[in-house]
Ligand binder design. Structure first.
Ligand code: 3HC
Length: 288
């Protein structure tokens, strides 16, 4: 059920997180504007949403037709236009502080006074992003997980200046789209999930770098013995190897050589067709 204070949601970025967030907001009943820099990026994101929503509709996993959901999604490349009548803005642009701050500064100029301004950053400081605006009390982290349509959890992160009221409004909005939000009250690098999850992937990558395991053994151990949905290498490929790399690099800590090598060669996982596994012949990972 939608909440009264939010009618239109602007999602900035149509990449894997951006389009997924736009999708769950539209499924939740909200009017959505999805924005990216170029027409083809917006188009790719929209097609991904179409694929996903049609699949959910076929399986009866949404309450209405795919057309009804898709009708609520507009697209644009104009940032000012995207946010000018948004009650909630969710930024999902690349994980670089300068890009985030530039985006928030423009959003601040054009978004309505009352809008909740949220960032989907995986690990960057909400407090620092918020300082690019004149209303840091309205800036909050809304951290979704990949793929947003399948993952329930949303971290709601308070920056140093975030007001109780805006953190609560963001939390209520996440609940209204049937997610399970949790309040993260300390704006620490990586928040809760990535602080725990990135080392899981990295420990396996250190073992690989030190020739102490191979990729399939490590993944099979976690999947078959521990019951995880994906092993550390498959998960790294799935989310993008560059994400974990930037997470560690941004905190000035050493990166496992096996990860650095993938990033140098732009083998970033599923999205580039190659990572720890090769996806050129299809989607699946076989641990066999
Ligand atoms: N939309 C619609 N359908 C989808 C879909 C999507 N986005 N993704 C998968 N599906 C469909 C598949 O096509 C498949 O359909 P089919 O049965 O008709 O072929 C069906 O759902 C089942 O898919 P799978 O068999 O691949 O797998 P599961 O449903 O069992 O689970 C998963 C998929 C939820 C992705 C599960 O593998 C999982 O939980 N993996 C771990 C994901 C995770 O941990 N994400 C968090 C990463 S960390 C992060 O995001 C933080 C950020 O800051 C980087």
């Amino acid at each position: 059920m939608t909440i009264d204070t939010v009618r239109r949601v602007a999602v900035l970025g149509a990449g894997s997180m951006g389009h997924g967030i736009a999708e769950v907001a539209a499924i939740g009943g909200y009017e959505v504007t999805m924005r990216d820099l170029e027409d083809d990026l917006v188009q790719d994101g929209y097609e991904n949403i179409e694929w996903s929503v049609e699949k959910l509709a076929e399986k009866g996993q949404i309450d209405e037709s795919s057309e009804a959901v898709l009708e609520r999604i507009d697209t644009t490349t104009d940032l000012a236009d995207a946010v000018s009548d948004a009650d909630l803005v969710i930024e999902a642009v690349p994980e670089q502080m300068e890009i985030k701050r530039d985006t928030f500064s423009t959003v601040d100029e054009h978004a309505p006074d009352h809008a909740i301004l949220a960032s989907n950053t995986s690990s960057l400081s909400i407090s620092e992003i918020a300082m690019a605006t004149d209303r840091p009390e309205q800036v909050v982290g809304l951290h979704f997980f990949n793929p947003p349509v399948k993952m329930d959890l949303v971290e709601v992160i308070r920056g140093e200046a975030t007001s109780e009221e805006y953190a609560e409004r963001a939390y209520e909005w996440a609940e209204s789209i049937d997610k399970t939000p949790i309040h993260v009250r300390k704006d620490v690098h990586g928040f809760v999930v990535n602080t725990v999850l990135v080392p899981f992937m990295e420990e396996a990558a250190w073992m690989l770098s030190n020739d102490e395991t191979d990729i399939r053994t490590a993944d099979a151990t976690m999947v078959y013995e521990r019951g995880y949905p994906m092993g550390p290498f498959e998960l790294n490929d799935f989310g993008g190897i560059d994400i974990g790399y930037h997470f560690r690099d941004a905190s000035d800590q050493p990166v496992p050589p096996a990860v650095a090598e993938k990033v140098e060669n732009e083998h970033l996982g599923k999205k580039t067709g190659k990572g720890f596994y090769d996806y050129d012949d299809g989607d699946g990972v076989d641990y066999g």
